[in-house]
Design a protein around this ligand. Structure first.
Ligand code: NDP
Length: 446
């Protein structure tokens, strides 16, 4: 453990101020001591030190003209963390809170998540502090074109394949792809999350939320429980949340909350398929705020600037952003009888919250396992592009379900093998780490 502490101290010193990155690194390192003890070859090859240092971090200026003809300046990032297992892969986030620390935390997590999928994909992440909210379609297009005008020289179907994340959905992926095609004169699978009509995969939009619920289903099954009849609290109302809610409804659960960055709505009658369709139209077409829900469905209430974790539930499904459940929120969940947390967002629970879940015997599906369905299906999109083929909905969904079930089993197996039976947080880190670490050993000192 001294060795692991030393590595962490070095990261903190070298990357001072990158708090989210430190948090993500520590969450992995703190669980790896038994693996390093049993496998001294990893220490000799300095695998951990190498994993904490990205292969490269690219930062660039993005200059664009708004609709008033004013020059706007944003910052773009792509952090290519590790490609031992395959081409770099990970989303792009457009949100004012994006910094190098945020992109590095996400890229670091992505290494282990992508490894868990068992598909040939390395880890990366990127984005910008650009805020698509309140921008016109043409402003978003001009921003995306300028962003890709720099990014295109660093990506490619066998090099680095970005996808969506917060603030980057089908519209943004379309504009980014159009500019890549114009600059390179190549039609190729350089981005995933494309529209189905021009190279995207069916089920990719649904994949993260569906996969999160498949993972939840497996956790509950192991405890002799099921989703049917359970009350679920969901945060966010974007891509991941929408399809998480859809799949919970499919399994007969009741969802009573959704949120955005202004607050959450509580619908005691439950958000049914018709209300979900209304939310999807609100968020994806009208690009409105979740508070409007209460005008359409007056039995619901809106809670400004609050998160939904105090609403009593059996299952919590965080799908918005990092650190959205802190120690107090987690204690409230446990005290209200919550039995399971499956993470759709990346790193939504603080380290303190994770300890509370463990003490409360909550079934806990950590993000790098529970939300891996999105990137896994992106890898299926890459396969379809490479084959110039398009698979059916049923085929992709069945493969997604198989991958999520396999990830669950890997987590259980690794936790058991390394002395923490039932701890999926530890299991996900170890199983994800082992595949990458062994590949790095095979590939020598690079
Ligand atoms: P979207 O942009 O589609 O939706 C994000 C949602 O979260 C919105 O409702 C947004 O509200 C809310 N939100 C964002 N930031 C904050 C904040 N700081 N405080 C409160 N609410 C916030 O993004 P996605 O659904 O794609 O992503 C959600 C999470 O899932 C992220 O953590 C992402 O990294 C993770 N993820 C996404 C994957 C994917 O395939 N898309 C794959 C794996 C993980 P508002 O509209 O007001 O900003």
């Amino acid at each position: 453990m001294d060795y692991i502490n030393q590595i962490f101290e070095h990261v903190k010193e070298r990357d001072a101020g990158q708090l989210e990155f430190h948090q993500a690194v520590w969450e992995v390192l703190e669980t790896l001591a038994p693996v390093i003890e049993r496998n001294p070859q990893f220490r000799e090859a300095r695998i951990l030190e190498r994993l904490c240092e990205p292969d490269r971090a690219i930062q660039f200026r993005v200059t664009w003209l708004d609709d008033a003809g004013q020059v706007q300046v944003n910052r773009g990032f792509r952090v290519q963390f590790n490609n031992a297992l395959g081409p770099y892969k990970g989303g792009l986030r457009f949100h004012p809170s994006v910094t190098l620390s945020i992109v590095k935390f996400l890229g670091f997590e992505q290494i282990f998540k992508n490894s868990l999928t068992t598909r040939p994909i390395g880890g990366a992440k990127g984005g910008s502090d650009f805020d698509p909210k309140g921008k016109s379609d043409t402003e978003v297009m001009r921003f995306c074109q300028s962003f890709m005008t720099e990014l295109f020289r660093h990506v490619g179907p066998n090099v680095d394949v970005p996808a969506g994340d917060i603030g980057v959905g089908g519209r943004e992926v379309g504009y980014l792809y159009g500019q890549y095609k114009r600059l390179t004169n190549r039609w190729e699978g350089v981005l995933t999350g494309k529209s189905y009509t021009w190279g995207g995969s069916l089920i990719r939009p649904e994949a993260t939320g569906y996969g999160q619920v498949y993972f939840l289903r497996e956790m509950l099954k192991a405890r002799g429980q099921s989703i049917g009849g359970k009350t679920c609290v969901v945060s966010g109302s974007g891509n991941v949340s929408q399809y998480c809610v859809e799949k919970i409804l499919h399994y007969g659960g009741k969802v009573v909350t959704m949120s955005d960055s202004s607050g959450f709505i509580h619908d005691p009658d439950g958000i049914d398929a018709e209300k979900l369709a209304w939310v999807m139209d609100l968020k994806n077409v009208r690009r409105g705020r979740i508070r409007d829900y209460v005008h359409a469905f007056p039995r619901a209430s809106f809670h400004e600037d609050k998160n939904p974790w105090a609403v009593p539930c059996d299952i919590a499904l965080p799908c918005a952003t990092q650190n959205e459940i802190d120690t107090d929120d987690a204690s409230t969940l446990v005290n209200n009888g919550c039995i399971a947390v499956s993470e759709g967002a990346n790193m939504p629970s603080t380290p303190g919250a994770i300890q509370v879940y463990a003490a409360g015997r909550v079934a806990y599906g950590p993000a790098k396992a529970a939300n891996a369905g999105g990137v896994a299906t992106s890898a299926l999109e890459m396969t379809q592009n490479a084959q110039f083929d398009a698979w059916s909905r049923e085929q992709v969904d069945a493969e997604l379900d198989r991958i999520m079930t396999n990830i669950y089993q890997q987590c259980v197996g690794a936790a058991e093998e390394y002395g923490n039976p039932g701890d999926l947080f530890v299991g996900a880190n170890i199983a994800g780490f082992l595949r990458v670490a062994n590949a790095m050993l095979d590939q020598g000192v690079v």
